[in-house]
Ligand binder design. Structure first.
Ligand code: ADP
Length: 529
């Protein structure tokens, strides 16, 4: 490419494509005299490259516009963002050729035709008008970039916020369990404990939604797909929400089909979908109202309907409520609060399963219905069905031999509350506040289990696990990771580092107890001191 001027900013320059060098140089000279940067392109390849690097206007001579040049130009223009509409100025030979040229240039969009002979003032004013328009386009591009950047930072912030909130929640949850096991049975204490427990439960839900929504946005949700019976999903949700409690405040009707309603899906995520819809129905229906849950198949599709007689939704909000952070103003005042993330999550999860979700309502105070449709699996599949197991009523914390457990955790409240909880269960606990101490204590005292936080300062949990494994002659010590990071990639890395199990904070004490039992069953608890 031959610079027609000393070019400082590519976005301010004019690209010139003319077959005879003389024409092109002349045009450049005229533009230079008018104070405009310009660049002569030898062929369509250089022209397209110039457009990609940045250009204000392209000046083209008719003779240079072969079909392949137009084709290449179309490609280059379509690679620009939606903000772009590059001004093209084309010199034609005369009126007749201008008409056919107009047709040929139609797909290129923003083309101005100048018939030869072109007066200098006409060229310069056409170029100036083009440059002005193009500057605006670049401003729009920059604005879009800044917005996308802010959006990305917001998503990353939300992911980080969700993750950071898990540490304090883990400590609070442990403390609640300790109070339940060891606290006073005084009526007032029990009531206050229940308040803390309920509110913590809300907080955990919101944090989970926040994290899940940012994972969906960042494309980081993996489904663990298997054949699932939606009826057991529904049953599990009703258990989770506490059917008895709901029945005290609302009239609850559950209709399920006599046949299993099979879909190919992730049982945990599907449960999240149905729970979210039921939770909303309860939240947005005043006491005494009715809630119906129906699970069945319609026209070969698996369908879940959640209907309520509550606040209803106005027509203009029916689709908007599936957008993140959207809440209907009137319901906001009356509900227990939320982040406006439940329905966006429901929609994303349903779509990841190849399904759809719709909201229906006749309007304010007229109740609502949410309908989820999923591709149904033929029941002839005869595959083992992974209903989510229902709690079997077995006591979780049965009497068992005490274990020696090392807790490696830098967060003091999290560490001490976990120690108390484990001691209440009868285990012998020692603690370490950082990675190096954790490794040393593990290798000195050979506990049965080490519970290790991943986000430790200095030496992170994965390195701690690696060093412990490297320093041991046998693999009798069970290593359990506890972390706020729940991504499949984090899990894989932890298992590779030598962990036997992986728990995501806030760790549910029941999960912890089950994990301890599974990892140490059949082993001689090593009380070696
Ligand atoms: P949140 O409940 O946290 O506000 P959601 O995304 O679950 O967030 O719901 C978004 C909004 O949709 C709610 O704020 C509420 O205004 C409306 N909405 C959801 N479910 C219902 C329902 N069953 N009845 C009436 N309004 C509802």
């Amino acid at each position: 490419m031959t610079p027609g001027n000393d070019i400082q900013r590519p976005e301010e320059r004019v690209l010139v494509l003319a077959p005879t060098g003389r024409d092109a140089l002349l045009a450049c000279e005229l533009l230079t005299q008018a104070g405009v940067d310009s660049l002569v392109c030898a062929d369509e390849v250089e022209l397209c490259q110039g457009i990609e690097e940045g250009a204000a206007v392209a000046v083209l001579a008719e003779e240079a516009l072969h079909p392949w040049t137009v084709h290449a130009l179309l490609g280059a223009l379509s690679r620009q963002g939606p903000w772009s509409d590059l001004p093209l100025i084309v010199f034609t030979r005369g009126q007749h050729s201008s008409e056919s040229m107009l047709e040929a240039l139609g797909p290129l969009g923003n083309a101005t035709i100048l018939e030869r002979p072109v007066r200098v003032s006409t060229l310069v004013s056409a170029v100036n008008a083009g440059m002005r328009a193009r500057r605006r386009q670049y401003e729009v591009r920059d604005l879009l970039r800044r917005q996308a950047d802010a959006d990305r930072r917001k998503d990353e912030f939300l992911a980080m916020l969700g993750h950071e909130l898990r540490n304090p929640l883990a400590a609070i949850r442990n403390a609640i369990w300790i109070l339940e096991e060891a606290g006073s049975g005084e009526y007032q204490d029990v009531r206050q404990r229940e308040v803390i427990e309920r509110q913590t439960h809300h907080l955990v839900r919101m944090v989970d939604d926040l994290l899940d929504v940012s994972r969906v946005t960042l494309g980081k949700i993996d489904l663990h797909v298997q054949p699932v019976d939606l009826q057991s999903v529904a049953e599990r949700c009703l258990n989770e929400l506490g059917m008895k409690r709901v029945a005290e405040s609302h009239e609850l009707t559950v209709s399920v089909s006599t046949e299993p309603v099979l879909v190919q899906g992730d049982p945990v995520r599907l449960e999240q979908v149905v729970c979210n819809l039921l939770h909303n129905a309860i939240k947005y229906t005043p006491r005494g109202g009715s809630i119906d849950l129906t699970v069945g198949s319609e026209d070969g599709e698996a369908v879940v309907r959640v209907r309520d007689t509550g606040l209803g939704i106005s027509a203009d909000m029916l689709t908007r409520i599936f957008e993140p952070f959207t809440q209907v103003e009137s319901s906001r005042k009356r509900s227990e609060g939320g982040l406006g993330l439940g329905l966006p999550l429901v929609r994303s999860l349903v779509e990841l399963h190849g399904g759809t979700v719709e909201a229906h309502s006749a309007g304010h105070e007229q109740g609502s219905e949410f309908v989820v449709r999923l591709p149904q699996l033929g029941s002839e599949a005869g595959l083992p069905v992974a209903g989510v197991p229902l709690p079997d009523g077995e006591p979780v914390f049965e009497d068992r031999a005490p274990l020696r457990i090392l807790v490696v955790e830098d967060n003091a409240d999290g560490r001490e509350s976990l120690r108390d909880l484990l001691e209440i269960w009868g285990h012998h606990v020692e603690v370490a506040e950082n990675g190096p101490d954790g490794v040393r204590q593990a290798l000195d005292s050979h506990p049965d289990v080490a519970l290790i936080d991943i986000g430790l300062p200095g030496l992170d949990g994965n390195e701690v696990a690696q060093r412990i494994r490297a320093g041991l002659d046998d693999d009798h010590m069970a290593l359990v990771a506890m972390t706020g990071y729940g991504q499949p990639e984090d899990r894989r890395r932890a298992l590779q580092a030598g962990f036997d199990a992986y728990l995501v904070k806030p760790v549910d004490p029941e999960d912890l107890s089950r994990t301890l039992r599974e990892l140490t069953e059949g082993r001689e608890p090593g009380l070696r001191n």
